[in-house]
Design a protein around this ligand. Structure first.
Ligand code: PMP
Length: 385
């Protein structure tokens, strides 16, 4: 019999996430700080309104680009938050940030086109580029440079096939936020080389030290920026699978064509929830932001008191990315020991690219009480005393 599985999917190697899931089943005192899906439950007001809408008949396919009311609310959000005018034709409601990145890549790439990805990166990016038959080109970023993008290094990667660069600020996994100075330089670079920016704006509410500025606002970037804006993290709605894409009308039209053949339309009830979340954001978001800010600050404070572990100050998102190089062990070894000895699950930094080697990623998925227990266990480990 022929192999049923396409050659592209015959690899059997386990991912870092896969190993974590195996371990989860083994013990009942595990504190899981691995994947980015926190314990907070979506606001009950949003859920109630969504349920009312479902009962009123919002249970069907919607407009291809999403409910017009939701699109209008997204445009209003951009105007109120960032003073940017977005046309309705520039908005597409999609089924989560992950699928949005794939749709964008599929829409903009010809076979072999190159996409620059700052490393460390959100693990699926290279595969999303590859699925769309593009080539992922990694741009190293370093803690010593605050994980900012170094333009000289970026310039060296440009070829005549470079189509886009992916930006994610506040960042997963490093927590770093791109400075306005870096964003201005990236804008000049993109203009000079005619390169698009795909902005994965998923942690925008969690820019704790500086105000988040969307890159589409800088210089003439509006015409060359495609923004992905997920509800997953900013509104703790990971399970709803809803996001939006903002970009030039022709890109949105191409995305609509592709999406029609993949999911047709984004789930109606998730769109209703997104609509209500946006409308109620001033009531519901401050508490979420405050909670993550205090969790991140708590983790950083604890790390300060641990030998062989250090972390950069400032930044955002709800991840902490401590440097563990002075243990003399690899990211994978440290992660495994923390898992075995402390029963705490974190992810090895190199699961997020080569530049993540020497780091671990802690996701602030639980409240301070549990985080405190996790750090109490970790700091007793031989390699950290
Ligand atoms: N981008 C980044 C940087 C992320 O961290 C995540 C989720 N962890 C996503 C995209 C995907 O989010 P979703 O598909 O839930 O919108």
């Amino acid at each position: 019999m022929k192999n049923m599985i396409s050659r592209r999917y015959q690899e059997t190697e386990k991912t870092a996430m896969g190993e974590v899931f195996d371990f989860l089943e083994k013990y009942d005192d595990i504190i899981n700080l691995s994947i980015g899906d926190p314990d907070l439950v979506t606001d009950s007001g949003v859920i109630d309104k969504m349920a009312e809408d479902a009962k009123a008949g919002h249970t069907k396919y919607t407009d291809y680009r999403g409910y017009p009311e939701l699109r209008a609310e997204i445009a209003k959000f951009y105007k109120e938050e960032y003073a940017v005018e977005i046309e309705d034709s520039e908005i597409f409601v999609s089924t989560g940030g992950c699928v949005s990145m794939y749709l964008v890549m599929e829409a903009i790439l010809d076979d072999g086109d190159e996409v620059i990805i700052p490393d460390p990166y959100f693990a699926p990016y290279p595969s999303q580029v590859k699925l769309a038959r593009g080539k992922a080109v990694m741009l190293s970023t370093y803690e010593e440079e605050g994980f900012q993008i170094n333009i000289e290094r970026l310039e060296k990667l440009v070829t005549d096939r470079t189509k886009a660069i992916i930006l994610n600020t506040p960042n997963n996994p490093t927590g770093a936020c791109l400075s306005l100075e870096t964003m201005n330089k990236i804008a000049d670079f993109c203009e000079k080389h005619d390169i698009l920016v795909v902005a994965d704006d998923i942690y925008t509410a969690f820019s704790f030290d500086t105000e988040f500025v969307p890159i589409m606002k800088i210089g003439s970037m509006r015409k060359r920026t495609i923004t992905i804006n997920s509800f997953s993290k900013n509104f703790v709605m990971t399970g709803f699978r809803v996001a939006n894409i903002i970009g030039p009308e022709e890109v949105i039209q191409a995305i609509q064509k592709i999406n029609e053949n993949v999911v047709f339309t984004t789930p109606s009830i998730s769109q209703r929830a997104a609509l209500h979340a946006l409308k109620m954001r001033h009531e519901i978001q401050p508490a979420i932001v405050e909670e993550f800010k205090s969790r991140v600050q708590y983790c950083k404070k604890r790390i300060e008191g641990i030998n062989n572990m250090s972390v950069l100050d400032g930044g955002g998102s709800f991840y902490v990315f401590p440097n563990i190089k002075s243990t003399g062990l690899s990211s994978k070894e440290v992660t495994r020991l923390i898992m075995q000895e402390a029963h705490v699950l974190v992810l090895p930094g190199n699961a997020f690219g080569e530049c993540g080697e020497g780091y671990i990623r802690i996701s602030c998925t639980v409240g301070i009480e549990k985080l405190s227990e996790a750090f109490d266990r970790i700091e007793k480990m031989n390699m950290f005393v």
